[in-house]
Design a protein around this ligand. Sequence first.
Ligand SMILES: CC(C)(COP(=O)(O)OP(=O)(O)OC[C@H]1O[C@@H](n2cnc3c(N)ncnc32)[C@H](O)[C@@H]1OP(=O)(O)O)[C@@H](O)C(=O)NCCC(=O)NCCS
Length: 160
Amino acid sequence: MKLKDLKKVRELEISLIREYFSSTLENKWEDFPQEWKDNLGASSTNHYRPYLDSGLSFVAEEDGEIYGFIFAQMLHHIADVSNLVWIENMGVDPIVRRQEIGFRLLRETLRAGREAGAEVAHSMIQPANAPSIMLHKKIGFFMDARQVALIDLKDPNLKI
Ligand SMILES: CC(C)(COP(=O)(O)OP(=O)(O)OC[C@H]1O[C@@H](n2cnc3c(N)ncnc32)[C@H](O)[C@@H]1OP(=O)(O)O)[C@@H](O)C(=O)NCCC(=O)NCCS
């Protein structure tokens, strides 16, 4: 993935985030504040840089069109390993799904990560996302019983 790809990747990532939200949120996309929407996704202005610099993010491109992307970066000293590939997000345009594009994007990131010295890769998957779960399993990931606990440190009502 290069800087020149970012505009099209952003359009695709946002359309996939909208696809996901339309099945989970009651609010209409149009009702959310623009600032909040601008900050969503690894392709947002605030987040893309480490993913471009990592050498672990890729696009699926043909004739100048972007049909898929994967955002990943290397994290260090996490989960008992020195180098861990963190897969932040990936997606494939619905018109070309089930043609091995997702598989090849994921494989490329894992190969590049291994070459760069990574020992493991972690990927965040929503429990109901069957296509993503099946894709990860096909390539050799396993899912354990861990769950992520989250806290909003900017919540003014937080009692810490
Ligand atoms: C998940 C996603 C990236 C898969 O991309 P894709 O290019 O369609 O996947 P592939 O064609 O490479 O499929 C590889 C394997 O994944 C599994 N898979 C993919 N889509 C599937 C589906 N709809 N149902 C069941 N298994 C599926 C299959 O095991 C498939 O192998 P097979 O075709 O030999 O059976 C794509 O569905 C997508 O962009 N979804 C929306 C965004 C998203 O959920 N991103 C993941 C965030 S973690």
